[in-house]
Design a protein around this ligand. Structure first.
Ligand code: HEC
Length: 148
């Protein structure tokens, strides 16, 4: 009986410490979002470099050769961050909004793989990491990448 309560107490204490640790982590994230939780990798480097060519051909005329924004808003930097935050964009919704609405003059005119590539390029240009898993509609990690 006594033995049990000691074990119980130890479990409770360990559990409490776990909560404290979680609390501390959450606080670190608010004070310095970049340092905590590395963003999940949702595209490959090959896709991003292929996407650069797609971008130059199909997007640059409106969004600028360096994604800086010309006739259309910039797709990089502070403006893009604000738009992503306002729309609570994930990599997943960025892909679907791009497929459904871009290029604005001819939505849906690229192949599925070109859309994957150009979105990979936009993510790369905004500093999100490349990895082993190709970007594709419905890939499970896409919703996990919250753009900010
Ligand atoms: C003919 C000009 C034009 C072209 C070409 C074009 N866009 Fe756009 N794009 C716009 C305009 C204008 C907006 C802002 C209005 C809007 O959101 O519809 C926009 C908005 C966007 C947005 C933000 C959408 C949102 O609100 O979340 C993304 C992402 C985007 N474009 C990506 C692309 C990509 C990638 C390409 C190339 C495949 C592309 N665009 C080609 C004009 C263009």
């Amino acid at each position: 009986m006594k033995q049990t309560s000691i074990v119980t107490a130890a479990v409770l204490i360990a559990g409490g410490m776990g909560l404290l640790t979680l609390g501390a982590t959450a606080q670190d994230q608010t004070s310095d979002p970049a340092a905590a939780d590395p963003a999940p990798a949702v595209y490959t480097a090959e896709q991003a470099s292929a996407g650069a060519a797609v971008y130059a051909q199909a997007c640059a005329v409106c969004h600028g050769a360096a994604l800086e924004g010309v006739a259309a808003p910039g797709l990089k930097g502070e403006y893009f961050k604000q738009m992503a935050a306002a729309q609570q964009l994930t990599a997943d919704s960025l892909l679907s909004v791009t497929v459904q609405t871009m290029p604005q003059t001819d939505p849906g005119s690229l192949t599925a793989e070109q859309y994957n590539q150009v979105v990979a390029y936009v993510l790369q240009q905004n500093g999100y990491p490349a990895g082993d898993v190709p970007l594709a509609p419905g890939a499970p990690n896409l919703t996990a990448l919250m753009l900010k």
